[in-house]
Structures are given as C-alpha cells and as structure tokens.
Design a protein around this ligand. Structure first.
Ligand SMILES: Cc1ncc(C[n+]2csc(CCOP(=O)(O)OP(=O)(O)O)c2C)c(N)n1
Length: 336
C-alpha cells in the first residue's frame, strides 16, 4: 500500500521521494565533479551545493513534455529533474565526442530540445530574454497548458536583459515563471553590493507582476510556490517572480577560492541549515523512508554515478579534424 505523507508535508510520498532522490543525486554529481577536476580529468566543475531544494522543487513543478526550461549554468539538479540523462551530463563534463554539443561547450552547458531544455548560455541573464521570447511564442500560437521556466541567480537581476525580460513578460501577460536562486553571492560580489533592496522579489511590483519569497532550503515549499506560479501562468494570469533564498556552499567553480571573499564562519553557519540532511530527516521523521531504505538509496546513487563516470571516461575524445564541423550551416555534420 502506498505510504501517505502526513498533512504537514503537503505532498504524497511518491513525490516526496522523487525530491529526495533528485537532491541526493545532485549532491553526488557535485561531489564527483569536484573530485574529477582535482584528479585532472575534467577542466572545471561548478557546484550547486545548497541549491538542491530549489532545483528539486522547481523540477517537480515542471510539466515534462509540455513546459520549456531556460536554465543557467548552476542547474544540474534541475535539468536532471526535468529528465536530462545523467550520462549526457557527464559527457558534457568530460567533453567527449559523444557529448550533445560534441565537446564544444563549457561543462554543464547542455541542451535537449526534445525535453524542452534550451541551450545554456554563459552570458548572465541572456536566457531571460530568450525565455520571454519563448513564452511570447507560446501565447502567440495559442498553445494552451504550457509554461516557460526561467532560472537565474540574484546577480543576474543587475543585468539589463533581466529587466527587459521582466517588463516584456508582464506587459504581454506571458506564461512564464521567473525563478531566482538567491545564494547571496555573485562570485565575490555579495548581494548588498549588487542591489539596495533586501529582496529580489520586491522588484516584481515595479513591473506589475507578483513576487513571492520562498525558503530555498525547503523543496516542498519551493515546489508548491513554483507550481502555483506555473498554474497562474498556464491559466492566463501572466508571469510571477519567485525568489528562493538559498546559499552556495562551495566556491563559484573549481577555478574560484571563496576563502578570499567570505568568512568560514558564514559558510559554516549556512552549512548547519544544509537542505539535504534536513530533508532526509524530515522524511525519516514522517515515516516516508526508513534508515535502511535511505542507506540503500545513497548506495544506489553512488553506484550509478560511479558506473556512469567510469563509462564516459572511456568514451572517445573529439577528433581534432572535427574542429570546424558544426560551426556553420552545411558544414560536415549537424547538431543533434
Ligand atoms: C554578462 C556577464 N557578465 C559577467 C559574467 C561573469 N560571471 C559569470 S558567473 C557570474 C556571477 C553570477 O552570479 P549569480 O547570477 O548570482 O549566479 P550564481 O553564480 O551565484 O548562481 C559572473 C559575474 C558573465 N558570465 N556574463
């Protein structure tokens, strides 16, 4: 018989376990990325530790086969939650010939048209205008029941493109959800040097759309908030700005050393709120998972990540002669 989650959790056991699985996988992928980089096997790794709950919750709100996702580079957990294959994520990290961009793009900058996952751009906030354009297309074509998800950090909200996307979406009442993953730091720039207001969500009213603040360490709260925003978008109510307050536990990338700009005390204080063990405990306390089942899930995920990285490491590198392929139309090969 299916387990029923106590009312306080607000969702059924199946979805609660999906959230947990995604969060554990995301943490395992992050850990492996940093290991592979330190072993000299991949050129750079970008961690999303501290963003697990935001991304698992948002991924659960995403309607596969209908919605469109415009992610940013820190969205490994989210793209996995939206169906992106783990093997393709590591093919991107190892820049193998089997990679969907044939090893061309910087790691984690993936794309999967068939899943509705748009190509990731390194240019901060560029995805926001792309997302607004996609939402405009959905409305223009009268495609009912579909929404666009647009993800970004708080640093991106200083970019002109972000403001243009917000304004255009609000004026057109477009079916789009803006999700700000506010981890307080844009590399070495703290939020209070980025903006004079405390909450990104407060900016929404300036465009004439609702803004919502949610605890980014709580995957269920994120799911419910983003899902409500999606329902509003699909129902013709227009865009919403959701601000999920979280934290980046690791350096910006493996090329960054966060000890140069933030104190260990600050990081340690945030670590105490780590969303992964907190959600494990919540599901244990709620009787959704037992200690044995949790241990087995952790082992299964580690084994999957091990097997995948072992397999991908053995795949071929791109051929040097292929360098100019896939650059211009009618060149020697097509994009997947
Ligand atoms: C237009 C532009 N300016 C600067 C950069 C360099 N840059 C890369 S990541 C980053 C920080 C962005 O921070 P935020 O949007 O808060 O996202 P986070 O990395 O914290 O998740 C910056 C400034 C860039 N890629 N594009």
């Amino acid at each position: 018989m299916a387990k029923i989650v106590p009312a306080a959790l607000g969702i059924d056991a199946e979805r609660a376990l999906l959230l947990l699985r995604n969060m554990l996988l995301q943490r395992a992928v992050d850990t492996r990325g940093f290991q592979l980089n330190r072993q000299g096997k991949i050129p750079i790794a970008m961690g999303s530790e501290g963003h697990e709950a935001v991304q698992a919750g948002t991924g659960l709100a995403f309607e596969r086969g209908r919605d469109l996702l415009y992610p940013y580079y820190r969205n490994t957990g989210l793209i996995l939650a939206c169906g992106f294959p783990l093997v393709d994520l590591f093919r991107s990290q190892f820049a193998r010939a089997t990679d969907r961009t044939k090893g061309r793009q910087i790691i984690n900058h993936v794309t999967a048209r068939e899943l509705g996952i748009a190509s990731i751009s390194s240019i901060i906030a560029a995805q926001c205008t792309h997302a607004a354009g996609a939402a405009y297309a959905l409305k223009f074509r009268r495609e009912e029941g579909r929404a666009v998800f647009c993800q970004f950090g708080e640093g991106a909200t200083s970019e002109g493109e972000w403001h243009e996307a917000m304004n255009f979406s609000a004026v057109g009442r477009l079916p789009i959800v803006f999700v700000c993953e506010n981890n307080r730091w844009a590399i070495s720039t703290p939020q209070d040097k980025q903006m004079a207001n405390a909450d990104v969500a407060a900016r929404a009213s300036g465009y004439g759309m609702p803004g919502a603040i949610v605890d980014g360490f709580d995957p269920i709260a994120v799911y419910e908030t983003v899902r409500a925003a999606r329902d509003r978008a699909v129902g013709g109510g227009g865009p919403t700005l959701v601000e999920a307050k979280c934290y980046r536990f690791l350096s910006h990338t493996t090329d960054d050393d966060d000890r140069t700009y933030r104190t260990r005390d600050e990081v340690e204080a945030q670590r105490k709120l780590d969303p992964v063990p907190a959600f494990e405990q919540r599901l244990l306390d709620g009787g959704i998972i037992s200690q044995e089942e949790l241990a087995a899930l952790r082992v299964e995920i580690t084994q999957t990540v091990n097997a995948t990285t072992d397999a991908v490491e053995g795949e071929p590198q791109p051929e040097p002669g292929d360098l100019y392929g896939n650059v211009y139309a009618d060149s020697d090969a097509v994009w997947i």
